[in-house]
Ligand binder design. Sequence first.
Ligand code: AP5
Length: 238
Amino acid sequence: MALPAEAGGFVGVADVSPKRPLCFLLLGPPGAGKGTQSAIIARKTGVARISTGEMLRDAIARKTPLGEQAAPLMDHGNLVPDSLLVALIDERVTHPDCTNGLLLDGFPRTVRQAEALDQLVRDRGMELVVMNFDVPREVLLRRLSGRRWCPSCQATYHLESSPSKKEGVCDTCGSALIQRADDRENVVAKRLEAYEAQTIPVIEHYVKRVAVHRVDGYRDVSDVFAEILPFLQGEKAS
Ligand code: AP5
């Protein structure tokens, strides 16, 4: 996948695949529920889930060169450069699980990333389906301040809406839960600013090209999933 213009190089749903492999995008602000839904979708359908936030946090934990570059940017609520993200996706889509389709959570976040993805979608003959999560700002703030996260397996909880069975302990792997560094109040404000400045234009980019489906994300997790499922099954046209 090549970045457009001046920068350097990017895009089925497994057993729910309709005619062409899907490139299924979950867009929306921080805390909108993209990660929660993408984890459920991947579990229920087997589609290859690509969460750039998780991949970057994993790189940081492993202290890779990518992680070293990304950490200070993420800690301050800034985006990681397009060239690094496009290279990350480029490599990830070569894995065999991506043959039948992709579920992208957190990518693209800039117009340049979207343009690179457009090329990948064309090259692979994929069908692009775009879901845009809409959640009121005060709800986003509550969700992010109450989120707890497992640094070992990246499972996500919420102190009120989805607490772990044992307080402060991950249900899946037993590790101690923490608050993500970028969920601190001042960093959240910066992330929301970055979203408005750099990712709202991505939605505008797609509105001109394909149907963008608004998802009311301020509902129960299961209701949000029920709204998305028909699009994954190709029952609703994009
Ligand atoms: P990333 O991890 O992608 O963060 P984000 O997009 O800001 O999204 P979040 O993970 O904060 O929220 P979410 O929508 O996934 O919500 P969740 O399901 O967890 O990226 C982090 C950073 O990495 C970025 O700031 C940037 O620096 C960098 N980065 C990543 N991708 C990049 C890219 N492409 N380009 C450049 N930089 C990039 O839910 C939140 C909370 O709410 C949870 O506690 C959950 O339990 C709860 N919740 C979820 N759904 C519901 C519901 N329906 N009802 C009640 N509670 C709910």
